[in-house]
Design a protein around this ligand. Structure first.
Ligand code: ATP
Length: 267
């Protein structure tokens, strides 16, 4: 796509992310404060990893975290989808990799996010063949150019770390591995609260209790987002089809019944 390498500061804040507090602390230390207070890091001679791999089941907030990090640091964000880079003519993929890193350098501080990074970094000699191999080599060249990579932080995301070539997981490349798990019962509640921030949730609705409810077991953040959306939709339709809707002062909110209906729908 022509927007490949397009950069901007994302509008996702940490408040939009439910749970995942440890990851937030790690990224504050490794990226956010480093961008905000570079002299202090230099004075104390602290040298830290600049490449990260977020791995774990789908829909648990990998993309969301990467964006929140950029927002919090006031850094630009470049979103690259691994498979899109691969679907190019021979030779074009390598050029695209070079272009992307060069864009990242010119708009630093910058978070360079590689979604589905496993597509680019499958073990050599396996699935991909020589096209992937050449792409991977180019990626390694760019990752290793750490000197020119000042202010560029690279975050990869994958659901299948096991297929990735070990070589890319070394220090200086995607060197720091961070697991993004399915949410715990309490974290499900926190995610629901984060998703509810700009919605008219009923004051009697206990989202933490809903998160702990067995009906939400094994739901990912993306599932909870679908749940929230269905509940909001149910409440909205009730409002729009009610004959009382023109009455003033009737508080139309998203209530327990709407979440119950939504749970039935998504399960
Ligand atoms: P994939 O591996 O499928 O790319 P991902 O881990 O990158 O998934 P995201 O794209 O970050 O997942 O999450 C998808 C959507 O699910 C988000 O846009 C958000 O609405 C919701 N979501 C997931 N995790 C969280 C969370 N921890 N807090 C709030 N919302 C979340």
């Amino acid at each position: 796509s022509r927007r490949e390498g397009f950069s901007a500061i994302p509008n996702v804040k940490w408040d939009d992310v439910g749970g995942l507090h440890l990851l937030r602390e790690e990224f504050d230390r490794y990226i956010v404060r480093r961008i905000k207070f570079p002299e202090d890091y230099e004075d104390f001679g602290v040298d830290l990893e600049t490449g990260f791999l977020l791995y774990g089941p789908p829909g648990c907030g990998k993309t969301l975290i990467a964006k929140a990090v950029a927002n919090e640091a006031g850094a630009n964000f470049i979103h690259i989808k691994g498979p899109e880079l691969l679907n190019k003519y021979v030779g074009e993929s390598e050029l695209a990799v070079r272009t992307i890193f060069s864009r990242a350098r010119t708009c630093s501080p910058c978070i360079l996010f590689f979604d589905e990074v496993d597509a680019l970094t499958t073990k050599r000699g396996k699935e991909g063949g020589w096209v992937v191999e050449r792409l991977l080599n180019q990626l390694l060249i760019e990752l290793d150019g750490a000197e020119q990579r000042r202010g560029v932080y690279v975050i990869g995301a994958t659901n299948r770390p096991e297929v990735m070539d070990r070589a890319v997981l070394r220090p200086g490349r995607f060197g720091k591995l961070l697991y993004v798990p399915l949410p715990s019962p309490d974290e499900r509640g926190m995610i629901l609260k984060a998703l509810a921030r700009k919605k008219p949730i009923d004051a009697n609705m206990d989202l933490m209790a809903l998160g702990r409810d067995g009906a939400c077991e094994n739901l990912s953040g993306a599932d909870l987002s679908a749940l929230m959306n269905e509940a909001a939709m149910a409440a909205l339709e009730e409002k729009l089809t009610s004959s009382y809707r023109s009455l003033d002062g009737v508080p139309w909110t998203i209530k327990d019944v709407h979440f119950k209906r939504a749970l039935e729908k998504i399960s």
